[in-house]
Design a protein around this ligand. Structure first.
Ligand code: AGP
Length: 610
């Protein structure tokens, strides 16, 4: 996904911009560029490909100057190319713009500007913004940007420079994140905090419809209509080191190994001292409101959606409230039945996923209360939801989500127990047993991680296959779906997840000699049924790896080719363990195939467009 960084100060800006963009690489991108005020005026250097390509170009033709903006682009309008890369400019080359998001009415604006004589060289919506700002300019860049923005529809974060007012950097946020970094005699903009963290820990987080005018010594905040606003400075107390690899070969592996800590941190302070109940004190929803909830919608995308599938089982079994799951991009278009008695839970690691944010707004528009489960404090989702359960997984850099997913499961367990306590739907002994099981999870994950090497070998053999299947029943099916997505996104091996009992209704036709099938067998009440399904695929030549609860691994071992046992836990808690071997399998398969594990092709960490 696109990244923005901007600098205004006394230092040379080129390296600050490049370093800032490097910190945003994890978001995914296909081209990069910078614009700097040099002695010759506003100069732009940009190119398709990795930042290293741009760096090489700048080695030959550096851009010297102390004010600049930079961008990493993830193509939406127009293919990745030098011309489509940001920053963009207008025909006078006096204005320059970097932009994250999408301008929905850019074609109408483009036609109008073309009729006035503007000539466009790229396919992008962003180029239209630079022409629009130039067209609106009559001596005041702030007002020109405000007039331009008033004419744009869509989602955008902008950084704007003009040669006519080189002492100013204008930043706008409208439905796409942007922060302002406050320095000493210098100021910054960034689409994400890591872009500027090396230089300052004091930031303003812009809200939708807000803008900032930066000079070396001041930051003026206002609405896009021009009304002055004031904001509290947000002090970032986390470290860049936590976002580094800490000795692991890849961020993904590091993040897999961070899961015991992520579980502990997410539970911290939320379980009562006597270990008998869970109280999510951060929730502002009253007990009366909880008692009035008659249905829950869980809405999310990708891996977060898969966490929501487990969340459904957790809430239904612990709190006995009916739950529906929705993919966020579908939710508002299916005209869901939402009432004030519907609790809508949105799940998003980044808290910036456009579809999830849109679903949140749709739910609120219809009078529902929204509870967010997110990993990013201060994210859009966190700020707009009525209640937030933060997963304390720490920054997740690898595109493939691991510790964020499993921490979302912990958040669902805590929520289920909280609701159950208020609703009285569980016996005290059952609650205690669950909490004991929860507390044991971090250590159990550590035990699984100690056996990672076994999975490396299995992954290497899987990596020679073009297609494979994941099967399971109940919550095992939910975990199977996450395992399948993880494998696809980083190893590029085709896989499908199936409810084990559903295979024989069509998909069984695809099972032939040697096809790998990964079967999840953790549910006591379902394991005999799953064993029957395993026999169905074995009879057709499948090579079966079972991930099984150690309680019945002996029985399962008789029916499969390989087995990976996870420590015994309560059935509802097993996803928090069973997913770990699947993450490791995907990681090692990707590694065996020589792929870019942390930055898989075509994907972005934070998907801030619909
Ligand atoms: C995770 O491995 C994926 N890359 C992706 O499915 C992700 O979970 C999805 O885009 C949702 O992101 P979010 O949690 O930041 O909203």
């Amino acid at each position: 996904m696109c990244g923005i960084v901007g600098y205004i100060g006394k230092r040379d800006s080129q390296d600050i911009l490049l370093e800032g963009l490097k910190k945003l690489e994890y978001r995914g991108y296909d081209s990069a560029g910078i614009a700097v005020f040099t002695k010759e005026g506003l100069q732009i250097s940009k190119s398709k490909g990795r930042l290293a390509v741009l760096e090489d170009k700048l080695k030959g033709e550096p851009l010297a100057g102390s004010v600049g903006i930079g961008h990493t682009r993830w193509a939406t309008h127009g293919k990745p190319s030098d011309l489509n890369s940001h920053p963009h400019t207008d025909n006078s080359a006096k204005f320059s713009v970097v932009h994250n998001g999408i301008v929905e009415n850019y074609l109408d604006l483009k036609d109008e500007l073309a009729a006035k004589g503007h000539v466009f060289v790229s396919e992008t919506d962003t180029e239209v913004i630079s022409h629009l700002v130039a067209d609106e300019y009559d001596g005041n860049i702030v007002e020109a940007v405000q007039r331009a923005v008033a004419r744009m529809r869509g989602a955008f974060a902008l950084g704007v420079l003009t040669e006519f007012e080189p002492e100013k950097l204008v930043a706008v946020r409208f439905a796409s994140p942007l922060v302002i970094g406050i320095g000493d005699g210098e100021n910054f903009i960034g689409s994400d905090i890591p872009a500027i963290l090396e230089h300052t820990r004091n930031v303003y987080i812009l809200n939708d419809g807000e803008m900032a005018v930066l000079t070396c010594n001041a930051v003026e905040l206002m609405t896009i209509e021009g009304a002055t606003i004031s904001k509290e400075i947000f002090h970032v107390d986390w470290d860049l080191v936590t976002a580094e690899k800490a000795g692991f070969d890849h961020f993904m592996l590091k993040e897999i190994y961070e899961q015991p800590k992520a579980y502990r941190d997410t539970m911290l302070g939320r379980v009562s001292d006597d270990g008998k109940s869970v109280d999510l004190k951060e929730l502002s929803m009253s007990d009366e409101y909880i008692k009035s909830i008659n249905r829950v919608h869980i809405v999310a995308c990708g891996t977060a959606y898969h966490a929501g599938l487990v969340g459904k089982s957790v809430i239904e079994s612990l709190a006995r409230i009916s739950v529906e799951n929705d993919v966020a991009s579908e939710y508002r278009y299916r005209s869901p039945i939402i009432t004030p008695q519907t609790l809508v839970i949105v799940v998003s690691q980044s808290g910036e996923t456009a579809d999830t944010l849109a679903a949140l707004r749709e739910a609120q528009r219809n009078g529902a209360r929204v509870l967010a489960i997110t990993n990013v404090v201060g994210s859009s989702v966190a700020r707009e939801a009525d209640d937030v359960i933060t997963t304390w997984a720490g920054p997740e850099i690898a595109v493939a989500s691991t510790k964020a997913y499993s921490s979302q499961l912990i958040a669902f367990y805590l929520l289920g127990l909280h609701l159950a306590r208020v609703l009285g739907t569980q016996e005290p002994a059952a609650m205690e047993e669950l909490i004991t099981g929860l507390n044991a999870l971090p250590e159990q994950v550590e035990k699984i991680l100690e056996q990672a090497v076994v999975l490396k070998q299995v992954a290497e053999s899987i990596s020679h296959h073009r297609s494979l299947f994941f099967i399971g029943r109940g919550v095992d099916y939910a975990v199977a779906q996450e395992g399948s997505l993880k494998l696809k996104e980083i190893s590029y091996i085709h896989s499908e997840a199936y409810a084990a009992g559903e295979l024989k209704h069509g998909t069984l036709a695809l099972i032939e000699e040697g096809v790998p099938v990964i079967a999840l067998v953790t549910q006591e009440t379902l394991y005999e049924k799953t064993l029957s399904n395993i026999k169905e695929v074995k009879a057709r030549g499948a090579h079966v790896l079972a991930v099984a609860n150690s309680g019945f691994e002996g029985e399962v071992a008789k029916s499969v080719d390989e087995i990976f046992a996870i420590p015994k836990t309560l059935p509802i808690l097993s996803p928090a363990l069973a997913v770990i071997p699947l993450q490791l399998l995907s990681y090692y398969a990707s590694l065996a195939l020589g792929h870019d594990v942390d930055k898989p092709r075509n994907l972005a960490k934070s998907v801030t467009v619909e």
